[in-house]
Design a binder for this molecule. Structure first.
Ligand code: GDP
Length: 459
């Protein structure tokens, strides 16, 4: 940490959500944080109090008492930002918080930019960039699994491993560069086979992380699940049943075409994004009726297909033809035999040989619990979720890892073709650059702005 990087100004923001609440917290960070609060605080002399203590008192604007508050003191470097931090817990009224904010601004604080507290924490060496980004993910997490992934990354995740391997790679780069100084003498300081081993290690780590990204995406954005089937099979009824049951966050997802409905529901800590292929009611042709073209389009984004059919009118042969027409490829299909309530035992028996079948009645909700369990089992069968693996959820990390992998591949090719040290060193430096960007050992202002402006103010 270069001391001159420490911010000279003191920032302030509301740290809790806007609106009414039992309490609200206003946070200040920077060299003047304590003195600014002290100026308007009537209670103990905060300057003289030890770090990590709480103090009751009033905040006054001249003679007017604005609120009774509790002030928490965190003295540098033992704070989130590693600067002096003061948190003022006041009553949760938007009027009070506005008055207090204005008062602190008048006394010399500046309104924090989005993510500025976390940006300062990063710049002051509290954590690396990937961990800082995980703070935003943690705040955004809304299910057991997204929470688990973000928490793991915030507490270190893959950073430590990447940093250790990067340090070794730096060692090789320097050794190879040293050889260049002795180029007349034809010496090799850098052990080429050890370099290969290190690259193999890095490639393994990176390819595991790259693979985890698909799962990371599913966790973050929901398991894209297409509900397909002929008109009147009961698709809308099923979707409604699934959504209502779970008191779902029903949302219009922007960017979806008008004839496709997307809704989200949480089940067992996992988000499912249901894509209903609606608007397919105007044709009588059996196969065309399932909206082959449109459904195929949706299938491109699907991780799972729920194929719904009416058990009272369908036959297994028809189902086979319908599914074949969709060309689902490797995407798992779950067959849902609907309208069980209307079916005779003989009708139901026709489908017993079908694998991945759930019989249910969407309108009476019989079999819905079994369906939900089956859905969860499908996803949990993927050990990336249940296992202890690190999962990459961040697109920036994914792209950085991809570029690193490419650069490493070029180092290997260079070694194979006996490339000279200067070329090798250039490819290694490139790999180092991309790795460094992930954890923030290498940063640019643009990169930081890009990351932290996506945070909320006060974080
Ligand atoms: P979609 O065209 O596939 O979306 O089908 P809908 O959800 O609109 O359902 C078509 C008709 O079947 C509606 O009248 C529903 O009430 C009825 N329906 C759906 N599921 C069931 C079920 O499990 N049992 C019975 N008896 N009727 C159902």
């Amino acid at each position: 940490m270069i001391p001159s990087l420490l911010a000279k100004d003191t920032i302030v923001a509301l740290a809790t959500a806007a609106g009414h609440g039992a309490i609200a917290i206003i946070r200040l960070s920077g060299p003047e944080a304590i003195s600014i609060v002290q100026e308007v605080f009537k209670g103990k002399n905060l300057q003289k109090q030890p770090s990590h203590t709480l103090h009751f008192g009033t905040i006054r604007d001249e003679d007017k008492i604005l609120d009774e508050v509790v002030v928490s003191l965190f003295k540098a470097p033992a704070s989130y930002t590693k600067e002096d931090v003061v948190e003022v817990s006041c009553h949760g009224s938007p009027y009070i918080t506005e008055q207090l904010l204005k008062l602190f601004l008048r006394k010399g604080a500046r309104l924090a930019e989005p993510g500025e507290f976390t940006k300062r924490a990063f710049l002051n060496g509290q954590f690396d960039l990937a961990q800082a980004e995980a703070v935003a993910d943690l705040i955004a997490s809304d299910s057991a699994l997204t929470h688990q992934v973000a928490m793991k990354q915030m507490r270190g995740g893959f950073s430590a491993e990447i940093k250790a391997l990067r340090a070794q790679l730096i060692h090789f780069a320097s050794m190879i560069e040293l050889e260049l100084d002795f180029s007349e003498e034809d010496v090799e300081f850098a052990d080429r086979s050890a370099l290969r081993r290190l690259i193999a290690q890095l490639q393994k780590l990176i390819s595991d992380l790259l693979q985890s990204f698909e799962m990371g995406n599913v966790l973050k954005n929901g398991v894209p699940t297409v509900i397909a089937g002929k008109p009147n099979a009961g698709k809308s009824t099923l979707l409604n049943a699934l959504l209502n049951e779970e008191k779902a966050i029903v949302s219009d997802i922007p960017g979806t075409t008008r004839d496709v409905i997307e809704d989200e529901a949480m089940m067992g800590g996992l988000r499912f994004r249901f894509i209903d292929t609606a608007g397919l009611r105007d044709t009588q042709d059996t196969v065309e009726a399932i909206g082959v073209a449109r459904t195929k389009e949706q299938l491109k984004k699907a991780a799972l297909v729920l194929y719904l059919f009416d058990v009272t009118t369908s036959t297994p042969e028809e189902l086979e033809a319908e599914i074949a027409a969709l060309h689902v490829g490797n995407i798992p299909v779950l067959f849902l035999g609907n309208k069980k309530d209307l079916a005779t035992p003989e009708q139901l028996a026709r489908f017993t040989s079908l694998e991945n079948l759930v019989l249910l009645s969407a309108s009476t909700k019989v079999g819905l619990e079994e369906l939900k369990q089956t859905l969860l089992d499908q996803v949990h069968a993927n050990e990336a979720i249940t296992g202890d693996r690190t999962i990459v959820t961040n697109l920036r990390h994914f792209q950085g890892l991809q570029k690193t992998a490419d650069a490493l591949q070029e180092v290997l090719q260079g070694l194979d073709s006996g490339l000279t040290g200067d070329w090798l060193a250039a490819d290694i430096r490139r790999a180092l650059f991309y790795l460094g960007e992930i954890t923030g050992e290498i940063t640019t202002d643009d990169l930081l702005d890009n990351i932290f402006t996506k945070f909320c103010i006060g974080k």
